[in-house]
Write a protein of this length. Structure first.
Length: 267
């Protein structure tokens, strides 16, 4: 039955990824926290395992997404190259920081992150600033490092952080989204490897894991989300964009609020 829940979580995350243009991490992490908790995994490792597994699944979804955007000329590879080193370094550092944080505290931090993304979805739009000169290489590396670090801690592909930065940098929305999808790959690879490395000697991990990455969970969620993302993308073209944005914001408020309250011991 555990594997069935992985498939359900992956299917739901895939639909949301297609609908809302996200990597799915903000859905996968809360879902895995609930699943692992329900199956009595050790509370000390539940959140770290959820984040590490989520990052591993984003490797697959980001490859699919960046390929689709690249075919349409939506990836600015010169900016990706400028940010990539920072993204990798930041993601590994983020995994190391997360490894030092207590499981419940990490859960509360991820809950806060989800609530902040929800508020952004509900009340703030990404504003294009076309015609600006690109920021310097130093700023690109610095932004990549910060985005990679936060994304690795939260278990996400970083789109909610990368797209606003790229809009500010002067990219039109379609190129910002496409380049952000490409940036999700180094974040996910470095972050997942970091969580696998830092979790290798941790006690209380269940069978079938490599560090903080649950292998069967990774496979089931990746396959299910890859299939259902196409359904979400189709629905996205049939439903009003504002309604979709608000629906996702409300969903994140519930998920983020529950994680935060659980993390601080209220639930």
């Amino acid at each position: 039955m555990l594997y069935v829940w992985f498939v359900i979580a992956g299917a739901f995350a895939g639909v949301c990824a297609g609908l809302f243009g996200i990597g799915g991490g903000m859905i996968i992490v809360p879902a895995l926290v609930w699943i692992f908790t329900a199956y009595n995994f050790s509370p000390e490792v539940v959140t770290h395992l959820a984040v590490g597994t989520s990052l591993a699944t984003i490797i697959v979804t980001s490859i699919s997404s960046l390929t689709a955007h690249n075919k349409r000329g939506g990836v600015r590879w010169e900016i990706w190259r400028g940010m990539a080193i920072g993204l990798v370094v930041g993601s590994v550092v983020g995994a190391g920081i997360a490894d030092m944080i207590n499981g419940q505290a990490l859960q509360a931090i991820i809950g806060i992150g989800a609530l902040l993304v929800a508020l952004k979805m509900l009340f703030f739009s990404n504003k294009e600033q076309l015609g600006k000169p690109l920021p310097s290489k130093g700023i690109q590396v610095g932004a990549g490092t910060g985005i990679g670090m936060a994304s690795s801690i939260f278990g996400i592909g970083g789109g909610s952080l990368t797209v606003p930065f790229l809009n500010w940098a002067g990219l039109p929305m379609k190129q910002a989204v496409g380049t952000s999808a490409a940036c999700g790959l180094p974040i996910a690879v470095a972050g997942a490897l970091g969580f696998a490395w830092f979790g290798q000697d941790v006690a209380n991990l269940p069978a079938g894991t490599i560090g903080f990455v649950h292998i069967i969970g990774f496979i089931c969620i990746s396959v299910a989300s890859f299939i259902t993302a196409k359904i979400g993308a189709k629905l996205a073209h049939q439903l009003p964009a504002l309604m979709l944005k608000r629906a996702f914001g409300v969903l994140l408020i519930f998920a983020g609020g529950q994680l935060f309250l659980s993390g601080i011991g209220v639930l």
